[in-house]
Design a protein around this ligand. Structure first.
Ligand code: URP
Ligand code: ZN
Ligand code: ZN
Ligand code: ZN
Length: 468
């Protein structure tokens, strides 16, 4: 591992902005300051004049190589993490899917096998919990203590597939409190949605827009409120994933005002796209099918303001890519069969910089907090990840804010045949990206290695500053 000295950049963290040079040795940040060459005369000099140096993005929400909706996501750990790196993300936390009735350990082994030889950046896992049985409860301490998987996702939607009942959610919250884990929740009322879907189909409505019309925001607000109340009753902690609407933000804000340990994530698609995308002709609306769905435009300002004021703390990609041809098309005759999700892992970072900082909605420090730092803190990997500080992993993005580019499937690196932000112009480009002091992207070219990403055994909930 060669020493590197990055000169001339402006270092931005969640709390500071300073013009300084950065010395990297043995994969970590060794020094920050002026005239550092005397400390390491041999170091390779990297010029970052005019650029920001950001901590690598931490994406707390990805689904790579995941079977879902009768098919499997188009991006695996190689293409997904390569695209992430191109976009400025150096850590992901991916969801390990478990099977009801089977040991958690087997599912975790499967996820390690998917990632080990392919990931080009560092990665951790969350676990999806579909049922709580005595066997599952007995396994949780080992999952937390030995595997370092310290967060579990419970689904309140996807009836008859992933949905767990309220008792399961409550017992998971109790167990998480006891063992030091964070419960994540997909908050939509799955029972009522199931009824609305059947009703729409019975009336002959098969088009993509009915995906959104059968999942109204009131049902996200209702489920979010239920999860917040159960968290209070259990005196536990909760992270609400992919928050899309005002109703849900209000429930989270209410819980926080009462002093509950409630955290919320949104995604670029909910900040920037709206429900009208699902009405695009020629079945193109299927490209915009996420759960929860895109909302009416009014919700976007609520989400931006919630990020700005700290009622929501993170922005995940919810990367879950399916090709339009052959995969999204599975739902051509029935909107309920369209695989849910989209390709965002690569563009999350640039969209938030351009639309957030560039349009005056977030400060530079707030941008770093929502794109990197806060997720690292909440999920037990700070300050190894999520900041630029002496001793932290040298996961660095050299970002040129003066260049503009256009997002497109023709130029992106995700293994999927469309981009939901096709034609969107963004200001700023991650020119070079380092993971533990080694270039993964250098001057916009991939120079990394599949298998170089390391598994992150994460700390317990509350083990890092500011996650309480
Ligand atoms: O539409 C989505 N969000 N797909 C991924 C699975 C999930 O619910 O997070
Ligand atoms: Zn979800
Ligand atoms: Zn119709
Ligand atoms: Zn997801």
């Amino acid at each position: 591992m060669s020493a590197k000295l990055i000169q001339g950049g402006t270092i931005v963290t969640a709390s500071d902005i300073c013009r300084a040079d950065l010395l990297i040795e043995n994969g970590v940040v060794a020094a920050i300051g002026e005239n550092l060459q005397r400390l390491a005369p041999q170091a390779e000099i990297i010029d970052a004049s005019g650029c920001y140096l950001f901590p690598g993005g931490v994406d707390p929400h990805t689904h790579l190589d995941m079977p879902f909706g009768g098919t499997i996501t188009a991006d695996d750990f190689e293409t997904g993490t390569t695209a992430a790196a191109y976009g400025g993300t150096t850590t992901i936390i991916d969801f390990c899917l478990t099977d009801k009735g089977k040991p958690l350990s087997g599912a975790i082994r499967t996820w390690h096998d998917k990632a080990r030889s392919k990931a080009v950046i560092d990665y951790g896992f969350h676990l999806m919990i579909g049922e709580i049985t005595d066997d599952v409860l007995a396994e949780l301490p080992a999952v937390i203590n030995d595997e370092g998987i310290t967060s579990f996702k419970v689904f309140m939607a996807y009836k008859n597939v992933l949905q767990a009942d309220d008792g399961t959610l409550y017992r998971t919250l109790l167990s998480a409190k006891e063992h030091g884990a964070l419960v994540m929740v997909h908050a939509e009322n799955g029972d009522v949605i199931d009824y609305l879907i059947k009703q729409a189909l019975a009336e002959g409505h098969t088009e993509p827009i009915y995906h959104a019309l059968t999942r109204p925001s009131v049902l996200e607000g209702e489920a979010t409120g239920r999860a917040v109340r159960l968290t209070g009753l259990a005196d536990s902690q909760l992270y609400v994933v992919h928050v899309t609407c005002e109703e849900a933000v209000r429930q989270i804000a209410d819980g926080r005002m009462e002093g509950l340990r409630i955290w919320g994530e949104t995604c670029p698609q909910y900040l920037l796209l709206d429900i009208t995308c699902l009405e695009k002709p020629e079945f193109e609306g299927a490209k915009y099918v996420w759960s929860p769905p895109l909302r009416a435009r009014e919700h976007q300002e609520v989400l931006w303001n919630a990020l700005k004021t700290g009622q929501l703390q993170t922005v995940g990609s919810d990367q879950c890519s399916f090709n339009f041809k052959g995969q999204k098309e599975l739902g051509a005759a029935d909107f309920s069969k369209i695989p849910n999700g989209g390709p965002i892992i690569e563009d999350r970072f640039s969209l938030l910089f351009s639309e957030g900082v560039g349009k005056g909605r977030l400060t530079l420090n707030q941008f770093v907090d929502v794109i990197s730092t806060r997720a690292a803190k909440l999920f037990g990997i700070f300050p190894q990840k999520g900041t630029i500080a002496v001793g932290s992993d040298a996961d660095i993005v050299i970002f040129d804010p003066s260049v503009s580019r256009t997002l497109s499937a023709a130029t992106h690196h995700m293994n999927v045949d469309y981009n939901p932000f096709e034609g969107t112009e963004v200001s700023g480009v991650p020119v070079s990206v380092l993971s533990r002091g080694e270039f993964v992207i250098r001057d916009r070219k991939f120079v990394g290695q599949p298998g170089c990403g390391r598994y992150l055994r994460r700390g317990k909930y509350g083990s890092t500053a500011e996650s309480r």
